[in-house]
Design a protein around this ligand. Structure first.
Ligand SMILES: [Zn+2]
Length: 360
């Protein structure tokens, strides 16, 4: 591996002249950040810098929606205060992320839907995408430290124990571009759609859901709903573009969840995946590129889509909030949704405007 050659090179930790790691090798990313307790941005050990740790759900969201004292439910069912839900981060990186990404995104996502949508030009979308990568990364880095069992007598297994951390390596590279200054080629941006959420279906002001393996996430902030797939080079939104064209107005929270399931299903069905690489030039500049293959996807299979949709709407089903074929019985409704033939967004090619009653 060269060092000062004037051609770009990949992998191998590359450190800039001012000491920043421009590119983590995958092995070091896993060892120091996923499984270790180093700063997730710069890689510093806790004995090298002052750490003050970074909120996973950023402070501006906690403030805007008064969530500091509210409880977040972890994937294991354990509940913790939002304000204590943090990942290891050194003080300078925390401050830098605040100034370069959190504050700008808090402004980007302020106001009503039309205002926010109007700000999402190419630069706005890139910033939002980077922020989503950052949020997804933090949620899953945390899983490395969240015990599967609250009762320690059952063992010390962690949620992240089964993760293939290498999948997160690319998301990490994008999430830390505010630190490295790396540019993103347009193909690196994945599927990213925002929707206005109809008022009558709101359940709290902040909502988060992800399909971890499909790197697909849903974030709802008040009446702004965001769905993104991080590693598909826009394949999912291309696959479903005709369906999205049918949407004529605000959608319900349930329909937003259906969109997330549609994205995840499309991403899982890609026959050939995009390949991402980071190139570093002269140890100073970095750029992340994507090689996007021709879009080829497995034929839509309701038996695969149904369980994805059920995963996304399971809380609604369990609460008896969804009516299908005249029943709200959770077991019956779950069974019908898992067939893949229940849809909320459209019926036979026509958009279903939210009515306040969630009927599939
Ligand atoms: Zn740091």
């Amino acid at each position: 591996m060269g060092t000062d050659k004037d051609h770009p090179f990949q992998d191998g930790a590359i450190v800039s002249g001012d000491g920043r790691i421009m590119l983590f090798q995958c092995e070091r990313f896993i060892r120091d950040i996923c499984e270790g307790n180093c700063c997730f941005v710069c890689g510093a050990r806790p004995d090298e810098k002052v750490f003050n740790d970074e909120h996973i759900v950023p402070n501006w969201i906690l403030r805007r929606y008064r969530l500091h004292d509210k409880l977040i439910t972890l994937p294991t069912g354990e509940r913790r205060r939002y304000s204590g839900y943090k990942v290891p981060c050194c003080e300078p990186c925390n401050r830098h992320l605040g100034a370069t990404i959190e504050t700008p995104v808090s402004k980007l996502l302020a106001g009503d839907f039309a205002t926010v949508a109007g700000r999402l030009d190419e630069q706005g979308r890139e910033m939002l995408f980077t922020w989503l990568c950052l949020l997804f990364l933090k949620v899953h880095l945390k899983d490395a430290h969240v015990p599967v069992y609250q009762d320690q007598r059952k063992g010390g297994a962690r949620i992240g124990h089964d993760y293939d951390w290498a999948d997160l390596h690319h998301v990490h590279a994008v999430a830390r571009t505010p630190y490295t200054g790396a540019t993103l080629e347009p193909e690196v941006i994945g599927s990213l759609q925002i929707f206005e959420i109809a008022k009558q279906t709101m359940e709290g002001d902040y909502d988060y859901l992800d399909f971890t393996d499909a790197q697909t996430m849903l974030v709802r902030l008040g009446r702004i709903g965001i769905v993104a797939t991080l590693n598909d080079s826009t394949a999912a939104e291309s696959v479903w573009s005709e369906r999205f064209d049918l949407i004529e107005g605000p959608i319900s929270d349930l329909q937003l969840r259906e969109v997330a399931a549609m994205f995840a299903h499309a991403n899982r069905g890609l026959i050939e995946r995009p390949v991402f690489q980071t190139f570093v030039f002269y140890k100073k500049w970095a750029t992340i590129v994507a090689r996007r293959p021709p879009l080829r996807i497995r034929e839509f299979d309701p038996a695969e889509f149904g369980p994805a949709l059920l995963f996304a709407v399971r809380n609604h089903v369990e609460a008896g909030a969804i009516q299908v074929d005249g029943t709200r019985d959770p077991v019956t409704v779950a069974g019908k949704i898992s067939t893949g033939y229940v849809r909320f967004l459209t019926t036979e090619g026509v958009f279903n405007p939210p009515t306040g009653k969630d009927v599939g």
